[in-house]
Design a binder for this molecule. Structure first.
Ligand code: GLU
Length: 218
């Protein structure tokens, strides 16, 4: 279980996500990635191996955005490849995950039977597909997210971006830690206090089963 960072802010987000991920390197990881909302739609940058590899990808293809999420992965399901690196994207949903979705095989079979096509071998990707499917049923992202959480067994800390939700980050935890950081016109989400440490000392620890909806204002 590795690192998560999310920032809904006003400054350039990519360098801030990278800075946080470097602070989480001590936890060990095999790949890393970030996603940010560019014109209301997420773009991803991912790389195998060290964060410097991700920095090289970003140097080739910069991300100009102020809202984003980042992840260092310690593979549990699927090899440590770029395709299996987080963030994972399905339709309008992009997310990162720490932990293990124990019922992923059953969920994947259900989604595959409905025509969903998977790009990775991870347990995580099913969560993105589930949420995208729930968003088809109603446009209320928070209600859709809660319905998805009810379907998951296992351990998770999640940070989620949805295309069209220009400054929102959804988060939830069960079995894996997640903290909220409070800034001035900015909010942060992190797998521990170190992740949000560069930005704020004002932190709330989520409790088991909590979910959170972050916007710049709170
Ligand atoms: N189970 C997920 C995967 O293998 C997340 C691993 C992690 O916590 O980094 O991609």
């Amino acid at each position: 279980m590795c690192g998560i960072i999310g920032v809904t802010g006003t400054g350039a987000v990519a360098p801030r996500l990278i800075d946080s991920l470097k602070r989480l390197e001590y936890r060990g990881y095999d790949s890393a990635g970030i996603a940010a909302l560019v014109g209301g739609v997420t773009e991803r940058r991912r790389a195998e191996g060290k964060i410097r590899n991700l920095e090289a990808v970003l140097a080739e293809a910069p991300l100009n955005a102020t809202v984003g999420i980042g992840h260092t992965r310690w593979a549990t399901h699927g090899a440590p490849t770029t395709a299996n690196a987080h963030p994972h994207k399905a339709g309008r949903v992009t997310l990162v995950h720490n932990g293990i979705i124990e019922n992923f095989a059953e969920l994947k079979a259900e989604l595959a039977a409905e025509g969903h096509v998977f790009e990775s071998q991870t347990d995580t990707e099913v969560v993105a597909h589930l949420l995208d499917r729930e968003l088809d049923k109603s446009n209320d992202a928070v209600e859709a997210f809660k319905r998805v959480l009810d379907r998951l067994t296992g351990a998770y800390a999640l940070a989620v971006l949805i295309d069209g939700e220009s400054e929102q980050i959804l988060g939830a935890r069960r079995g894996s830690p997640l903290v909220v950081g409070w800034g001035e016109d900015e909010m942060y989400l992190g797998s521990d206090a170190l992740a949000v440490g560069p930005f704020t000392q004002q932190i709330s620890y989520l409790e088991e089963g909590d979910y959170v909806v972050l916007n710049r204002g709170g």
